[in-house]
Design a protein around this ligand. Structure first.
Ligand code: ZN
Ligand code: ZN
Length: 137
């Protein structure tokens, strides 16, 4: 099968992305921090039409009026962010892929809420928002 596959910790919810990534980065927003429990979440966006769930369907949490975060209902792994603001795209947590090496981040976003003990020395550009001053939610 072409493309890249990934899934949750328990393996019941799986996904596949067949197109190249549109954008790849690290998100430092508080919502990603709270949802993951990690100081930062690496993500890669894909055309929605190239992304599909395989195996069991995910559960979904409406984290703001326009955004939903999708996760495994069995093990709780957070894997995907979708927003009405970007209806043609799906943002996948990079480390959820079986091969996270395939999508190295090339930017940092929402760096105003970067946790100070996490030091960045990778030289990547750092942005206060993503594409526009939006509330990713
Ligand atoms: Zn699971
Ligand atoms: Zn975020």
């Amino acid at each position: 099968m072409s493309g890249h596959e990934g899934g949750c910790l328990c393996g019941k919810v799986r996904f596949r992305a067949t197109a190249p990534a549109i954008d790849k980065g690290y998100c430092h927003c508080r919502m990603c921090q709270k949802n993951s429990g990690a100081p930062v979440v690496a993500w890669a966006t894909f055309p929605a039409g190239s992304f599909s769930w395989i195996g069991e369907p995910p559960a979904s949490y409406q984290s703001s009026r326009e955004a939903r975060r999708q996760f495994c209902p069995h093990c709780g792994s957070y894997m995907v962010f979708v927003s009405d603001r970007f209806p043609d795209e799906v943002a996948v947590n990079t480390a959820s892929f079986d091969d996270p090496e395939a999508f190295p981040p090339d930017m940092h976003i929402f760096v105003s809420t970067r946790i100070s003990w996490l030091h960045l020395a990778d030289g990547l550009p750092q942005y206060e928002s993503y594409r526009a001053p939006v509330d990713l939610g």
